[in-house]
Design a protein around this ligand. Structure first.
Ligand SMILES: [Zn+2]
Length: 410
């Protein structure tokens, strides 16, 4: 493999949608995302891959194996969040490509077919959606959902996708291809600080957490802040405050990887001199283990009820999102661990709190993810940074893991 080529290509990609801040803006289904794909398609063809694009704009580069069968896949995405960085997505795409380049130089013919993939619109910044490309590929998106999507300029999804030479029908047809990938490995920046603290270039994703969102409304009695004595108040914000504080201690009761966060709160009427009448908040609850995550949801609901009863406040509770966490098979984690040992890298097992294309593929096929150290854990930001040395380690390990999966039964 060639580190200089990888650096030069990351640099070329960073110029597409470049902003004065040094970040990039490449929303899904924008001209910039398309240009980035076209640039990489050119490199994929040079590397000997047979390139095809499905109705969702997902790009596949295929390499025949000695035998027929479902392919081993690797890749990521090229779209970004607004004012995003240069590594989230592109690193996973270019790492897969660099492995293909190395194979070409070695005249390596895989036993099984290999597919390099670029999934469209992972971040979902344009339509406030996300993972739409990989969901289309796996048949996990409906016509109803696509019809409901409108971007900030008021353009419908159908209009946007038609301008790209596809249609909603062709978009949904992307799912007809899903059988071709049998296993998938994605390289991605860590978006956290575990590897930086451990002093290791790469780590093993132990599972991809699925979020559950619990919406709560605490209902009390609004009143004048001056005229209502402290005794007998029914202040829902005090209850909400107690609840938020209590939540902090609950995740550790169910698992070492569970997390719960209140990041959104709405106080009604939100006046300086008014005791609130109502407080709406949402708890984001995640874990890589579904039973633990669901147990945490139950504990949090129980806590909300207890606090409300104790303070004679009403509480309404609704669970409005419950996405299945995706486990990473132990066998896959072991294969990565084995590859690490060749490079003297200590295995760090890290749960992924964020969703990735692999999470969507992982609902039906075995997947694995490799995290690469990211400076200060920063992501979705122009300051996102991973050293070339760490990127090169990621490619070496990815190559080992892909060859292991290609050469052995799984
Ligand atoms: Zn990403």
């Amino acid at each position: 493999m060639n580190g200089e080529r990888l650096a030069a290509r990351l640099d070329e990609l960073s110029k597409i949608g470049k902003l004065d801040s040094g970040g990039v803006n490449r929303p899904g289904y924008s001209l910039e995302e398309k240009q980035a794909k076209e640039m990489v398609i050119g490199w994929m063809k040079e590397a000997g891959l047979a390139v095809s694009i499905d109705g969702a704009g997902n790009v596949f580069g295929e390499l025949n194996g000695c035998k027929q069968g479902r392919a081993v896949g690797s890749g990521s995405h090229l779209d970004s969040v607004p004012n995003g960085g240069n590594f989230d997505g592109p690193l996973g795409v270019l790492a897969a490509l660099e492995v293909v380049e190395a194979w070409k130089e070695q005249n390596y013919v895989p036993a099984k077919p290999f597919v390099m993939a670029i999934f469209s619109d992972e971040e979902g910044s344009r339509f406030k959606s996300g993972l739409t490309g990989s969901r289309a590929f796996m048949g996990q998106i409906t016509k109803e959902e696509l019809d409901s999507l409108v971007d900030e300029d008021g353009k419908t999804f159908a209009e946007v996708i038609t301008a790209f030479g596809s249609s909603v029908e062709q978009y949904l047809h992307a799912a007809s291809q899903k059988g071709k990938i049998g296993t998938f490995v994605e390289v991605h920046i860590e978006q956290g600080k575990v590897l930086e603290r451990a002093g290791e270039p790469v780590g093993i994703v132990s599972g991809i957490a699925g979020p559950a969102w619990v919406e709560l409304t605490f209902i009390g009695e609004a009143g004048h802040a001056g005229n209502t004595p402290m005794m007998g108040r029914k202040d829902p914000l005090v209850a909400a405050g107690m609840f938020i504080q209590a939540i902090e201690k609950l995740p550790e009761q169910v698992s070492g990887t569970a997390v719960a966060t209140v990041g959104k709160i709405n106080v009604v009427p939100n006046g300086v001199n008014v005791i609130p009448g109502r407080v709406d908040l949402v708890v984001d609850i995640r874990d890589i283990y579904e039973p633990a995550r669901d147990q945490l949801v139950d504990l949090i609901i129980e806590k909300a009820k207890n606090i409300s009863t104790g303070r004679q406040i009403e509480v309404e509770i609704k669970i409005n999102t419950r996405i299945k966490p995706v486990p990473i098979a132990e066998d896959f984690q072991n294969r990565i661990s084995k590859a690490f040992s060749k490079y003297d890298i200590k295995p760090n097992f890290i749960p992924s709190g964020a969703g990735h294309d692999s999470m969507i593929l992982g609902t039906e096929i075995p997947v694995a993810m490799l995290f690469v150290r990211s400076k200060d854990g920063i992501s979705h930001n122009p300051r996102e940074w991973t050293s070339l040395n760490d990127c090169v380690y990621a490619v070496h390990v990815l190559k080992e893991v892909l060859e292991d999966l290609i050469e052995t039964e799984n």
